[in-house]
Design a protein around this ligand. Structure first.
Ligand code: PMP
Length: 432
């Protein structure tokens, strides 16, 4: 049918009378069955999925191992509350995640439901451990939608507009953004620019945590210049602050490593994870140095649903799938295919500024011809054109001028190329 088809249009009508309008959807079709890079909608249309539900369904949206483990778990029990009657799955996820995150030091983990909740808890832990309160974050950062994490998120529209006042003692400093920084600025120089502000405006002795996405997600898939992250981690070590890597979007095999921090060889004190960890089931967590993770009094961390047994079973299924199907390697193959299909656009198209990212987390930044002025209209138009052709593709960026590619890591490579060719055609039309 046309997109959206009649059934999706009917559902949209019902939705408008049932669902709050502040909850928006970027795609107007209603899903019926989803897996392996194909979204079958309510009208029977098949769309190519280059978004994975915002970097979640890396193993697919109904990966066999996840489905099997979820079924097994749900038949045993749906919930007890880990704070009341604990169970093995939670412990096993804690053991696994400690093995998979960078750093061979003694670690502990705590599980929650959403990425925002994981970030909030990382801040609680850092504050308790350091007995300090200041939190340093970066331009273009996205850390969530709860009140504290909104203070940490940078972009006002749509995330923060009208929702203040926000939590205090959060300080924002410049990110390393190679495409927009002065030519030749090194990662170390960019870090020193940020840290000088921290020292002068916050005071090193007040900093509980420096929180950063090793590759920024919503902010525009910004990969900091080499040396930026190690300079920050060293500063944290020297100044007694906790370094938190928010790996909610870039973690769990998305970039071709279990965690994107590995690309720069850094060992964060704490890592937050969510999205890709549980094959689509809601699960998040914080993992890191035992002395920090154990610094909070008993009962100080938790939540009714945190580390739900069915979500834990899904995580164990997703981790097994990533290992058995070699999905880290597959993420790198996806990067290669994306570069083959899109690599020449920065030279050939006047509206493409840059292709960047790592693994299956790549984006194009669109600009006004002949300049670096952000071109959000182009990104929007191109994403809409792709959708008309049955390709689901997401925009992102502080300036709204990036189109990001987040295919499931299990996507068939021919299907991926098909989707990318639709994307290229839309770019050529928009840039003509
Ligand atoms: N941190 C990062 C880096 C994210 O990308 C996101 C979600 N886009 C969050 C935190 C918040 O996660 P959630 O939406 O699950 O609360």
């Amino acid at each position: 049918t046309s997109i959206p088809g009649p059934k999706s249009r009917e559902l949209a009508e019902r939705r408008s009378n049932a669902v709050a309008s502040g909850v928006a959807s970027s795609v107007p079709v209603y899903a019926d069955k989803v897996d392996g890079g194909v979204i079958l909608d309510a009208d029977g249309n098949q769309l190519i999925d280059l978004g994975s539900g915002i970097a979640v369904t890396s193993v697919g949206a109904s990966a066999p191992k996840v489905v099997e483990k979820v079924k097994e778990a749900v038949e045993k029990f749906t919930h007890t509350c880990f704070m009341v009657t604990p169970y093995e799955g939670y412990v096993e996820v804690g053991e696994k995640i400690a093995e998979l995150t960078p750093g061979s030091f003694d670690k502990r983990a705590a599980l929650f439901n959403s990425g925002s909740e994981a970030v909030e808890n990382a801040v609680k832990l850092a504050r308790t451990y350091t007995k300090r309160t200041a939190v340093v974050v970066f331009d273009h950062a996205y850390h969530g939608r709860t009140n504290l994490t909104l203070a940490m998120t940078s972009k006002v529209m749509p995330y923060k507009q009208g929702f203040g006042p926000f939590a205090s003692d959060v300080y924002r400093v410049p990110m390393s953004y190679p495409f927009r920084d002065a030519d030749g600025m090194t990662g170390q120089e960019a870090a020193e620019r940020a840290l000088l502000l921290v020292e002068k405006q916050v005071g090193a002795e007040n900093v509980a945590a420096v929180v950063i996405e090793p590759i920024q997600g919503e902010g525009g898939f910004i990969v900091p210049a080499e040396g930026f992250l190690p300079t920050l981690t060293k500063w944290c070590q020297d100044n007694g602050a906790v370094f938190v890597a928010d790996e909610v979007q870039a973690g769990v095999a998305r970039t071709g490593k279990w965690f994107s921090s590995e690309w720069e060889g850094i060992e964060p004190d704490l890592v937050t994870f969510a999205k890709g960890i549980a094959g689509g089931m809601p699960l998040s967590g914080v993992v890191g140095r035992a002395e920090i993770m154990n610094s909070v009094h008993g009962g100080g961390l938790g939540g009714t649903y945190g580390g739900n047994p069915v979500a834990c079973a899904a995580a164990l299924g997703a981790i097994e799938t990533i290992e058995e199907w070699g999905l880290n390697e597959r993420a790198l193959e996806i990067e290669k295919i994306i570069k083959e299909e899109l690599g020449s656009l920065a030279e050939s198209s006047p509206i493409v500024g840059e292709l960047r990212g790592r693994g299956a987390m790549m984006a194009l930044e669109f600009v006004e011809p002949g300049s670096k002025k952000p071109n959000a209209d182009a990104a929007k138009e191109i994403a809409a054109k792709c959708l008309e052709q049955g390709v689901v593709i997401l925009t992102c960026g502080t300036f709204g001028n990036n189109v990001r590619l987040l295919p499931p890591l299990v996507i068939d490579f021919d299907l991926l190329r098909d989707g990318l060719r639709v994307f290229v055609k839309a770019i050529e039309e928009a840039g003509a």
